[in-house]
Design a protein around this ligand. Structure first.
Ligand SMILES: *Cc1c(COP(=O)(O)O)cnc(C)c1O
Length: 429
């Protein structure tokens, strides 16, 4: 297909109906109207977008969407945006499924693919949720947005909202990766570092509503980021010929992606695009911040706040998630599990996949490789399961170990050979 000069594929120019009917509290089922500005339900829980899925299925079948340009907007019928003009686009793409055969061979596993979300605009899968939230903010006439962020969400919101001419206020924990704070500032946001965790930043956003008149776009505190993240699930199944994998391993912070994919599978089944089969959902957290793993192991439906949270995987350093019950319900309903991994294991997996399979993963993505390894050892995942791992961000955005060896001239070739074999030994350790 030839791309028009606007850079917008036809399904972003033509009008396509959405089959949104209403919003519904994820815990109580309370119904709220669509097409109105909404945050949380009256009891303070996430709102889910509901559709007339029968009508959506009549309007578009699998072949119809397959024929459209490959980006997440191709699923317009089951996305909330009503008017094409409200879609803010940075040329989104399908993200590839990348094999990591050498790592898989070491683990004795036969089928594993990494969905490499680092290829998206702003370098992380946060673009999916924030592009949707910004489009809906535009549709609903909002012009000032605020959020707490560990980095990538703020970067995605800054980029999409600035492009739409909206003002953004973003609050990051003081130890958010430097590159994130700077990219947020560079993409037109007002950004502050805060001495605290992401939920402390979230409190500032909540308190500031009255003073600053902004709309709170925190994870799951508005209904549309989940709708963006659910496209990961639809896209993945389209790529797999509408066959579900056996296992999905997902790095879980606020859990939007896991909740969103689970919602997508139910919607696709209601539309007759897939059957009742589901992947086992595996939530991965770091041992330094594992509230969901703890709640899963203790059989609880809600998690308690994790005190003293710390991990190098900043995207999953979320001490308390408002959608905890939605994450835990999905894991349990799928027959999946929750796994906590050590930072040191994350670093080892990240080095292995980069040096042996050539794929530079975000630490959160490498955490899924570590969890896969733990899952294989524990027997939660078998060696012939078809496994999809999510690399949620581009590895280039994260600090890497130094590489500061300097070559002395004239060259000492024997020394070069010795140093090279030391490198090889290290990469294969
Ligand atoms: C936000 C983020 C996560 C966690 O995603 P949730 O859907 O909020 O659980 C994982 N990895 C990276 C790189 C992130 O930016």
């Amino acid at each position: 297909m030839r791309m028009p000069a606007s850079g917008r594929p036809p399904h972003l120019i033509d009008e396509h109906p959405t089959f949104v009917t209403h919003l519904e509290c994820g815990l109580t089922g309370e119904v709220l109207p669509a097409d109105t500005v909404q945050g949380l339900s009256s009891i303070g829980r996430p709102l889910l977008v509901r559709y007339d899925l029968e009508a959506a299925a009549e309007a578009a079948d699998r072949a119809t969407v397959e024929a459209r340009h490959d980006d997440w907007w191709k699923y317009r019928e089951i996305l909330p945006v009503r008017r094409s003009a409200n879609i803010v686009s940075l040329a989104e793409t399908f993200t590839p499924l990348v094999a990591i055969p050498r790592t898989a061979a070491r683990l004795g596993a036969s089928w594993a693919l990494v969905k490499d979300e680092g290829r998206l605009p702003t370098g992380s899968f946060k673009a999916r949720g924030l592009a949707m939230a910004v489009a809906m903010a535009k549709e609903l006439g909002l012009s000032r947005l605020a959020m707490p962020t560990n980095g990538n969400a703020g970067a995605a919101m800054a980029a999409y909202a600035s492009r739409a001419g909206m003002e953004t206020f973003i609050f990051c924990p003081a130890d958010t990766p430097e590159v994130n704070v700077r990219e947020i500032a560079m993409q037109g946001a007002h950004v502050w570092r805060v001495d605290g965790y992401i939920d402390d930043c979230g409190r500032i956003v909540g308190e500031g509503k009255e003073h600053m008149g902004w709309f709170d776009v925190s994870t799951l505190k508005e209904p549309y980021r989940i709708e963006g993240k659910k496209t990961m699930g639809i896209e993945l199944l389209e790529q797999l010929g509408w066959e579900v994998p056996d296992v999905i391993v997902y790095p879980t912070g606020g859990g939007t992606g896991l909740i969103g994919m689970w919602k997508a599978f139910d919607e696709l089944e209601a539309m007759g695009w897939i059957g009742p089969e589901r992947p086992r959902m595996v939530a991965v957290q770091a041992t330094g911040c594992a509230p969901i793993v703890k709640a899963f192991e203790e059989g609880e439906r809600h998690a308690t706040r994790w005190e003293g949270a710390h991990t190098i995987a900043s995207g999953i350093r979320v001490p308390a998630a408002v959608g905890d019950f939605l994450i835990l319900d999905a894991i349990r309903a799928s027959g999946g599990t929750a796994i906590a991994v050590e930072d040191e294991h994350i670093e080892r997996c990240s080095a292995e996949v980069a040096s042996r399979d050539g794929l530079l993963m975000a630490p959160e993505g490498a955490a899924t490789v570590a969890a896969w390894e733990v899952g294989l050892e524990r027997g939660d995942i078998s060696r012939d399961d078809r496994v999809v791992l999510f690399n949620c961000g581009n590895g280039l955005k994260y600090p890497m170990p130094p590489a500061d060896r300097v070559l002395d001239v004239p060259v000492d070739w024997a020394r070069m050979a010795a140093e090279a074999s030391a490198d090889t030994a290290e990469h294969h350790a």
